[in-house]
Design a protein around this ligand. Structure first.
Ligand SMILES: CC(C)[C@H](C(=O)O)[C@@H](O)C(=O)O
Ligand code: SF4
Length: 772
């Protein structure tokens, strides 16, 4: 549904514009969502909300469910059912709850007994569920992965999951446009993982905040879809809402024959290619920020610290905290090195590792496994390696790898060959690091405790992890293999010109539509086979706890072991768990919330930027709320966390003027109360003197002050949603449940029975229509 152009637009502008149902004067937008992926961790409370309000899932045909975070990756030969197979009680409850929910709401589900099961961000693309030009969401921050197809794909919190389930829409606003252009040829040994680690090193983990990054340039165009997905995947580590790459021949070729993509050579396929080909940034379109990277300067990159921005070429040495420019940066580098057990000046290649993890939604696709297998082929893992694991991203990736004999090559080299799941990426399942164990990992986050309490993570590419396994230390893969160690080029069979095809003429289009079928099977071709009204937030007054930290991530706010709850409440005791408690459960006396008067804090004053970065877990605001903190004051927030707090009747207040922020922090350090007055948009001291004015979006303020439930509000837009859907059925018919997603016995556009309005999402009947 390309719309007539006025001024030049970016890829993001185009996809965003094509999904707007309604736009308000203050920039609040109701956006249609084409594709919703669901997993067991972030959905139970959302389904509970639907149930309480007697709501249905609006578009089961646009919803795909799997289980990935909690699942053991041990052999499934004797798998009978989840109840027997998942031993850990909370994990089992979460998996069983998901199964009950998919049955009750009639959703398509890839469970543990299904060979298509896998990490949610692996299966969407693999099935052709993820398509160019679509909006894709999931209660998971790495939804950014799907942007590799030219989709606008982003992570959401659980309240938003409920919103999408009920309405197939989200309330959102426009993001900034940011561009990362990578030009030139990638040197041998350098892969897409190195590009993104390098880029995050350049812009920092807050570099993309408030933005959507478009990756472009000849180096990006030359990459395969798998490699593009690894890059977009880590956009969230760069702080961005989403990452996107314009669809091209490589994209179209990848989609051919996928079960949920339009059928090759059908009219739908041809129409789709025409639309998808229009999704390129127009010449002269404006970007709020531009970053240029020369591919030939990228060296295989590894992380040294506890943030994805703590990266360095493998040829480097552990940095010295004294060399960092500011005191907070020096401080956090010191803390990171202490946690990581590293000494400044140590060559990275001298660092011994204990465990190897090849897996996660960043790097567990067939190409990643092929590339790593090439490195370990005919060799053995070093004697000091306690455990090396390869965890394919899906059952289909696993089958494909086995058909190519990759499993055997890994096993012969001393690796474990596992079943699909998130595995050691975050250790919500039995695959974890022990305290102080050091892991060479192809995952995406190296936060403290991420892979297990006290575990030390070094992020890197699959070939680098494979090299570390062989050497027993962080290693430069270029020394191990001189032949082709660049795994991420577009598939050799496709023989693409690295220049993206410009489909400006019908002839070009014909040529594209004529692409030969890929004779190499795809990794998946084996298939062929809450409470309505929120609490009101007006004025709060109370003790404010000071926190002088930057980039406080949601793993720190609420660690993974507490994500197994199926409730929203009771998380207060686990808030800031690792910072607050020793391993034996006793309090750390220095932590602010363990000191008087801060034990009773209602407000948190954070002096560093990017609070709430990392995962989309709404458990983070739930934990704060349960503790009694309803307002956070900070210079900036990660986007998903920011949204999640509002959804829970909390106020994340932005004070970007450092001197004003420090004045507020002084009050809190003195243990005096402060007052946050939302109606008047003021922060006052205990005597009522003004400390600051603040901005807040009108719609969000309206919802907070009146305690409004935005699902109920959205449902009043039923007519507009329905007419958007009718138009979508005509313009992009392939997006109505196709393949095994098709529900019922319909021909032509799917007519979806809309959930009735208006009720709050906790079942309460709304009276007068509320103002949207
Ligand atoms: C569990 C989920 C909320 C989380 C995320 O959003 O990223 C997880 O996938 C992670 O990687 O930390
Ligand atoms: S980042 Fe890790 S835990 Fe999160 S979805 Fe990806 S593999 Fe799973």
């Amino acid at each position: 549904m390309p719309s007539a152009d006025r001024k030049p637009r970016t890829l993001y502008d185009k996809v965003f514009q094509d999904h707007i149902i309604d736009e308000r004067d203050d920039g609040t937008i109701l956006l249609y969502i084409d594709r919703h992926l669901v997993h067991e961790v972030t959905s139970p409370q959302a389904f509970e909300g639907l149930r309480n309000a007697k709501r249905k899932v609006r578009r089961p045909d646009c919803t795909l469910v799997t289980t990935d975070h909690n699942v053991p990756t041990t052999p499934r030969k004797n798998f009978k059912n989840v109840g027997q197979f998942v031993e850990e009680a909370d994990s089992r409850t979460q998996c069983l709850t998901l199964e009950d929910n998919v049955k009750e709401f009639g959703l398509t589900y890839f469970g543990l007994g299904d060979k298509r099961q896998g990490i949610v961000h692996i299966i969407g693309p693999e099935q052709g569920f993820t398509l160019p030009g679509t909006t894709v969401v999931c209660g998971d921050s790495h939804t950014s992965t799907h942007g590799a197809f030219g989709a606008l794909a982003f992570g959401i919190g659980t309240s938003e999951v409920e919103h999408v389930l009920a309405t197939q829409t989200l309330i959102t606003k426009r993001s900034k446009n940011m561009r990362i252009q990578v030009d030139g040829a990638l040197p041998p040994g350098v892969s897409s993982k190195d590009i993104i680690l390098h880029a995050i090193g350049v812009i920092g983990t807050a570099g993309g905040t408030g933005g959507v990054i478009e990756y472009c340039g000849s180096a990006i165009r030359g990459l395969s879809m798998e490699a593009r997905m690894s890059i977009c995947n880590m956009s969230i580590e760069a702080g961005a809402r989403a990452g996107m790459i314009a669809p091209d021949e490589t994209t179209f070729k990848y989609l051919q024959g996928r079960p949920l993509a339009p059928k090759l050579d059908s009219l739908e396929w041809k129409t789709a290619i025409k639309y998808w080909s229009s999704l390129k940034t127009d010449e002269g379109a404006n970007f709020d920020e531009d970053v240029f990277i020369d591919a030939k300067e990228i060296i295989p990159t590894v992380s040294w610290g506890t943030s994805p921005q703590d990266v360095i070429p493998i040829t480097g040495v552990v940095p010295n905290p004294d060399d960092f420019p500011t005191e907070p940066a020096r401080d956090s580098a010191r803390r990171a090195l202490e946690y990581m057990g590293l000494t400044p000046g140590t060559p990275m290649e001298d660092i011994e590792v204990d465990k190897i993890f090849i897996g996660s939604c960043t790097n567990s696709r067939i190409e990643d496994l092929r590339a790593a297998a090439r490195i370990v082929d005919g060799k053995r893992i070093a004697l000091n390696i306690k455990r090396a694991m390869v965890v394919p991203g899906s059952g289909l990736v696993k089958m494909q790898a086995e058909s190519e004999g990759l499993d055997k090559r890994f096993i012969d080299a001393g690796f474990e060959w596992r079943e699909a799941g998130c595995s050691m990426c975050l250790g919500m399942n039995p695959d974890i690091l022990s305290p102080k164990e050091r892991c060479a990992s192809t995952s995406n986050r190296n936060f403290e405790g991420r892979q297990g309490a006290g575990g030390r993570t070094h992020l890197m590419s699959p070939v680098m992890a494979a090299a570390a396994a062989i050497v027993g230390k962080l290693a430069d893969v270029r020394k191990l293999a001189d032949e082709s160690v660049s795994p991420s080029k577009a598939h050799p069979k496709t023989q693409l010109d690295p220049e993206v095809a410009d489909v400006s003429t019908d002839d070009d289009l014909e040529r594209l539509l004529d692409l030969p079928n890929d004779s190499q099977p795809h990794a998946n071709s084996a298939t062929a086979s809450p409470s309505g009204a929120q609490p009101k937030f007006t004025t709060i007054r109370g003790i404010a706890a000071p926190m002088e930290r930057s980039n406080v991530d949601t793993d720190a706010i609420i660690p993974k072991q507490f994500l197994k709850t199926i409730k929203r409440t009771g998380l207060g005791t686990a808030l800031f768990y690792a910072l607050r408690f020793n391993e034996d459960g006793t309090e750390k006396p220095d932590f602010v919330l363990n000191r008087e008067p801060y034990r009773h804090a209602k407000i948190l004053v954070v002096t560093g930027p990017n609070f709430g970065c990392g995962s989309s877990r709404e458990h983070a605001p739930w934990a704060l709320l349960d503790y009694g903190i309803t307002c956070i004051i900070a210079p900036s927030y990660a986007d998903i966390f920011f949204n999640n707090t509002f959804k829970n009747g909390m106020l994340p207040l932005v004070i970007s003027d450092q001197s004003i922020l420090l004045k507020i922090a002084e009050e809190s350090k003195a243990g005096r109360e402060i007052e946050v007055d939302l109606p008047n948009q003021r922060v006052n001291d205990a005597s009522g003197n003004k400390l600051a004015d603040f901005e807040v979006e009108e719609f969000r303020k309206h919802c907070l002050v009146n305690g409004l439930d935005d699902i109920g509000l959205t449902m009043q837009m039923e007519d507009k949603i329905r007419s958007f859907e009718d138009r979508r059925s005509i313009d992009t018919p392939w997006l109505d449940g196709s393949g095994y997603l098709k529900r019922g016995n319909r021909s032509g556009p799917v007519k979806v029975e809309a959930a009735p309005i208006p009720k709050t999402n906790r079942g309460e009947q709304l009276g007068e229509p509320l103002e949207w």
